[in-house]
Design a protein around this ligand. Sequence first.
Ligand SMILES: [Zn+2]
Length: 140
Amino acid sequence: MPLVLRYAKIVISSVVRRMSVSVLGAEADLFRALAHPFRLQLLELLREEEACVCHLSAYFDKPQPYVSKHLAELRDAGLVVDRRDGQRVYYRLSDPSLGAVLDDVRTATRRLGASPDEETERLVPRYPVPGCECPRCAVA
Ligand SMILES: [Zn+2]
């Protein structure tokens, strides 16, 4: 093989290798962001509709700083986006197809032996949530 072709092959395989590492790194980041039961619960609820921090705090009966911390991790990973409306910040999935990812993970864990229970079933929005003062709970 001519030297120039050999060099081109080395350069191309090096580029491909770097792309693979970059894609794998991005996939690892995604799994890191998913790797907390509460963040999975947040994503499950947000796949149904957007919700503000105070609603999520009341819904899960968790302190707002705790909820905000996990939402920030999901936002930093690009899994949720936020929208400010006055004093409130609303969150939703950045891409509806993330719901399919959650379904696939659930299917995989069941195949690995996890049995379904009430807590792991899909979370559904409900209004009003006691103690929540968000606009939706206020009118419900
Ligand atoms: Zn509410």
